[in-house]
Design a protein around this ligand. Structure first.
Ligand code: 5AD
Ligand code: SF4
Length: 475
């Protein structure tokens, strides 16, 4: 595996394979849908909303394609490897559908997400067994599209909707929220206007759109009332969020966080993913003022070289980023950082790469994601001269990942002996064991039953595992 894949990132990206869990609601006559999710947390959230929308049509979710009447693949287009996953999954589903049809049954195959948006009809051309292609802006029209499929048509619906999809998507029921646990995502912003030269997002997800304060507060309140305690606000460029606040003034993400912190029962807030250019004063201040804003920030820098940052159109220098981190750490000293890095962007020299290594040493990450540059058709980066050889990218990635792993373990080791609050999330592998979530997202294993899912308990860390902490409850 070349991409670094560590748990809990917004950008487990190409390697993440998450499925919307079975509802456990095995009504004999209801139809079943299996939703397979690739990519970022935005896709996880979208998959849940699609499942909610299909629930209104009588579908219950299932964990496996084998007993599903419909399989919906929510795709990621960020790197070539991520897109390819769709076609290998479709190959397997085609065989399954053929077998079903030989037995006089059927299987509806749907493709959603960023590959659906980018490739549209091309998906039907390459895989004629697909029934339905829906883009990320049209999920609220899924029931109508499905009706057409049942009438025997193949449907491609990737036209950007004029209407606000969120207004038309049904909100999860209390029961659905409970099943998903005490942590939840809430999309507050979609799309991106930054046009980093390596990135497809501005083309697949379109320009930036912020949801209204009223919509966000209403959804957040419903989630919290249904038992959610740890809420992550999502957006491709989440700190670009803005909207008119209760006081009639234009708010940024900082003001929104202060406002959401007032919801009774909310225990933890997070947001991801941010651009360094959009970290404004109010947002930095919120990190100092709001205890419930968790001391963990995913703030990608991509490269430490000013030359490469310029070629990437990031619009800041390496030193600006390091200073920004210092300012946030000044108000929140326990802040742990996560980031994304790309090695082998066109024109990257050994010296440029060394600048990235130096930035990593200066910042010290608690964990991070690093990728080899993957040219994406239609993005300016793909047309740049001086593409870096694969073997050089491999070597750089290895060196960077070794440094990032070292920093990750150093961070985890630094927590041994400390006390922290842990949100209990699910039972562990062994009888009585519970798994919880630390403020820094690292899973915490507690050996004896110490409360219920959704409780926040105080623990002391005893030791570390590869990607987890072992802890005991404090009296
Ligand atoms: N090649 C490699 N990595 C990429 N990313 C985005 N586009 C590309 C690409 N073309 C990475 C960036 C981004 C993360 C989601 O994926 O690091 O922050
Ligand atoms: Fe892509 Fe850059 Fe926008 Fe992030 S900020 S989604 S990397 S264009």
């Amino acid at each position: 595996m070349t991409d670094q894949t560590l748990p809990h990132s917004q950008h487990k990206a190409s390697d993440a394979e998450l499925s919307v869990n079975a509802s456990g609601n095995n009504l004999a006559n209801s139809r079943k849908v299996f939703v397979k999710t690739y990519g970022c947390q935005m896709n996880v959230y979208d998959s849940q909303r699609m499942a909610d929308s299909l629930a209104a049509e009588g579908y219950v979710t299932t964990d496996s394609a084998d007993d599903a009447d419909m399989v919906l693949i929510n795709t990621c287009h960020i790197r070539e490897k991520a897109s390819e996953k769709l076609y290998s999954a479709l190959g397997r589903l085609r065989n399954m559908k053929n077998k079903r049809q030989a037995d006089g049954k059927d299987l509806i195959i749907g493709v959603a997400g960023c590959v659906a948006q980018a490739e549209g009809d091309e998906i039907l051309r390459r895989s004629p067994t697909v029934d339905l292609v829906v883009g990320p802006q049209t999920y609220h029209r899924l029931p109508q599209a499905l009706k057409q499929v049942r009438e025997g048509r193949q449907v491609v619906d990737t036209e950007y909707a004029i209407e606000d999809k969120f207004e038309h998507l049904p909100v999860a029921t209390r029961e659905q929220v409970r099943k998903r646990g005490a942590s939840a995502f809430l999309t507050v912003q979609e799309g991106c206007d930054k046009f980093c030269t390596f990135c497809v997002v501005p083309y697949t997800r379109g320009s930036e759109v912020s949801r209204s304060v009223a919509q966000i507060v209403s959804e957040a309140t419903k989630l919290v009332q249904a038992g959610v305690r740890d809420l992550t606000l999502l957006g491709q460029n989440v700190n670009g969020w803005h909207g008119v606040g209760d006081d009639g003034r234009e708010w940024g993400l900082g003001e929104l966080l202060y406002h959401l912190a007032e919801i009774p029962g909310i225990a933890r807030l997070r947001y991801t993913t941010s651009h360094p250019r959009d970290m404004d004063e109010m947002l930095i201040k919120a990190h100092g003022d709001l205890d419930i804003l968790m001391p963990y920030l995913h703030l990608p820098v991509q490269s430490g070289s000013d030359r490469i940052l310029k070629a990437m159109n990031r619009k800041h220098k390496g030193a600006d980023y390091v200073q920004l981190i210092q300012r946030i750490r000044a108000v929140r000293p326990d802040l742990a950082l996560s980031g994304d890095f790309i090695v082998g962007f066109p024109g990257e020299t050994d010296e440029d790469f060394e600048d990235t290594m130096q930035l990593v040493r200066d910042v010290r990450y608690a964990q991070a994601y690093s990728f080899k540059y993957s040219p994406r058709p239609g993005t300016p980066g793909a047309d740049l001269p001086d593409h870096v050889e694969e073997s050089v990218k491999d070597e750089r990635l290895q060196r960077l990942q070794a440094l990032l792993s070292e920093q990750q373990y150093a961070f985890q080791d630094s927590l041994v002996g400390t006390e922290m609050d842990v949100l209990l999330e699910k039972p562990g592998r062994f009888e009585g064991q519970m798994i919880g979530r630390s403020p820094w997202l690292i899973p915490v294993i507690i050996d004896n039953e110490q409360g219920e899912v959704g409780d926040i308990i105080r623990v002391r860390v005893i030791s570390t595992g590869t990607n987890s902490l072992m802890a005991e409850k404090l009296a």
